[in-house]
Write a protein that binds this ligand. Structure first.
Ligand code: SPV
Ligand code: MG
Length: 432
């Protein structure tokens, strides 16, 4: 019996997939390589279904003899192992971003005289279309909450962007660019205390309470499907933090970040310009433990944020705290800095790497914004949060528009700074 290899993500299975398998079956026994989350995340968004679910579905499709994992977008490692007589793939990959993958398949098959079979693409149905439709429907808390952990397992660096209302949530959800044959987008959202407060015209001093923060969150959750990391400030008293954790977990939020400060809250970027007091290690560990004890699932993450560099308590203190917080059960560590240079952050990263049993590291490069994602990833950072850029970019334009109307006593001059009326009317799906 000849061997036929088919590679698939098999997320939302449709007749196009079945046609490929049916066609492949004509040439011999069909081995399907199911792309792992890692392989898929290397060029696009994580699939809806877990690898186990996708594997089970394919195993039960008529005509499939065997299912193996395909760990990379590149077929070659599997092809070299299996040496199939045929590879079957829809002809749609002859052009577009998969062109190079196809070339490599052809090269590999040449080595043992294998052949590439390309049945005509099934018209009228595509995973891209179905994906878009499913995302329109939305998600559930149970599905959303897990995505951050899945991303951590599947990707090197996770890219999170601030959202402070439904509209900015939509921007984080939908903004994409095509680059190097793949699609680049944000992996999830940050519900910043700074931007949530400022967009309400309030200072970032903990005055906007949890009920109000949940209101913002709900507006975002309603129109998005990506995971959310919630900025919990200090988390309050340990007894109160338990309730915060329960509330967030119930809504399908993936993680909360709490900072090791006590007393009147001031934004970290003021550094030592304002009075800010760091919590004791003991107290903060107690709070982490209280939060962990309150959890219902294993999905929700409690991320401990270290303020030692902000408060000039020194690198040794920061590392000591990281070790203690990890021992107390923190699922990740965020290290914050307000320096323009990344030296202290990188020094922390290098020392952090040496901690045994360390957990994923999170950074917020607001002041050292010249540092690239590649550089952060090289230093071992797993999550980068762009904490305030959508709010900070909208404010200057709004102010300019207001000044222009005052100056010219009409809106004509500022029209070009504005989205067109037609566009704003139809920006949101369901407007008509
Ligand atoms: C926020 O975005 O609210 C943060 C990050 O906590 S920072 O403003 O840098 O403190
Ligand atoms: Mg904050």
């Amino acid at each position: 019996m000849k061997k036929v290899y088919v590679g698939m993500s098999a997320d939302i299975v449709h007749t196009g997939h079945l046609n490929i398998i049916k066609e492949a079956r004509k040439y011999g026994e069909v081995i399907v390589g199911v792309l792992t989350d890692k392989a898929i995340a290397s060029y696009k968004r994580l699939p809806f279904l877990s690898l186990e679910e996708r594997k089970t579905i394919i195993e039960n499709i008529k005509g499939v003899s065997e299912v193996v994992l395909q760990e990379t977008l590149d077929y070659v490692p599997n092809l070299k192992k299996i040496k199939p007589d045929y590879v079957v793939h829809g002809d749609d990959w002859r052009t577009g971003p998969q062109w190079e993958t196809r070339e490599r398949v052809l090269q590999a098959l040449k080595e043992w005289g294998g052949e590439l079979i390309e049945p005509g693409y099934t018209q009228g149905i595509s995973s891209t279309m179905l994906n878009a439709q499913v995302r329109e429907v939305g998600t559930t808390p149970g599905i959303r909450i897990r995505v951050l952990r899945r991303l951590l397992a599947a990707k090197g660096l996770i890219r999170i962007m601030e959202a402070h209302n439904g509209l900015t949530g939509l921007i984080v959800e939908k903004t994409q660019i095509k680059k190097n044959g793949g699609i680049k987008e944000f992996d999830g959202m940050w519900l910043s205390s700074l931007t949530d407060s400022v967009s309400k015209g309030k200072p970032d001093i903990g005055f906007v309470d949890l009920t109000s923060r949940m209101n913002t969150l709900n507006n975002i959750l309603e129109v998005t499907t990506k995971p959310v990391i919630f900025d919990g400030d200090s988390g309050g008293l340990a007894d109160h933090f338990k309730f915060m954790v329960r509330t967030l977990e119930r809504e399908g939020i993936s993680a909360v970040i709490i900072e090791d400060k006590v007393g009147a809250k001031r934004n970290s970027l003021f550094g030592t310009e304002v009075k800010q007091t760091q919590d004791t290690i003991e107290n903060f560990c107690e709070k982490i433990r209280a939060g962990k004890d309150a959890l219902v699932t294993d999905d929700f993450m409690i991320i401990a944020r270290i303020e030692s560099l902000i408060l000039k308590a020194g690198m040794d203190d920061a590392i000591k705290r990281a070790e203690a917080y990890i021992k107390a059960g923190a699922d990740a560590i965020m290290i914050h800095s307000k320096e323009k240079k990344a030296d202290e952050i990188f020094e922390f990263c290098r020392r952090y790497k040496k901690i045994v049993n360390n957990v994923p590291l999170v950074v917020v490069p607001s002041t050292y914004s010249h540092i690239t994602e590649e550089e952060l990833e090289k230093e071992g950072v797993r999550i980068v949060i762009y904490a305030n850029q959508l709010l900070r970019s909208s404010y200057p334009v709004m102010k300019k528009v207001a000044e222009s109307i005052l100056e010219h006593r009409r809106a004509w001059e500022c029209d070009e700074m504005c989205i067109s009326i037609k566009e704003i009317l139809t920006l949101i799906p369901g407007s008509k």
